[in-house]
Design a protein. Structure first.
Length: 156
């Protein structure tokens, strides 16, 4: 059993995205789908046989690249991210238990891509966006799995 979809949406994703000024209904649904696909809504907080962490299963290398090659050049977003961190605790560990921080990391990773997000209720489009921008061609996840998990865990 994972996190309640309504709780994740209303208590974590929506307020976090609004706090970092990157909210849209499409972004909210994309992150809901990412959590559903990657961790079954928080059932897995560490990748089985892999390095990915948290409800969105962000890899440490992706996290490092986010800071080194994007946030370093976008001080406003970096400041917003630092405002979500618990002080003096490792950032990577916070991907696991700091839901607001993990949510911001996930959203900003998607935000790095110039292509607009699909329409908010285009689940197939969100699935394709996830596959190409998050899971990538090398990843084991499929568009069909994303749609199935989104339907089962987010829509209910």
């Amino acid at each position: 059993m994972g996190i309640s979809a309504n709780h994740l949406r209303e208590l974590v994703i929506r307020p976090t995205l609004r706090q970092i000024n990157l909210w849209s209904e499409a972004a909210e649904n994309l992150l809901m789908g990412t959590a559903a696909q990657e961790s079954l809504m928080g059932r897995w907080l560490k990748q089985v046989n892999g390095p990915a962490l948290g409800i969105y299963q962000m890899e440490p290398a992706t996290h490092e690249d986010l800071y080194d090659n994007y946030l370093f050049y976008h001080a406003d977003l970096e400041d917003a991210m630092h405002g979500l961190l618990a002080p003096r605790l490792p950032m990577l560990d916070q991907l696991v238990w700091n839901l607001a921080y993990a949510t911001a990391c996930c959203r900003i990773q998607y935000y790095r891509f110039p292509e607009p997000l699909p329409a908010a209720h285009d689940i197939d489009g969100l699935a394709m966006y996830w596959k190409t921008r998050w899971n990538t061609a090398k990843g084991k996840g499929t568009v069909e799995e994303f749609v199935k998990n989104y339907t089962a865990l987010v829509v209910g």
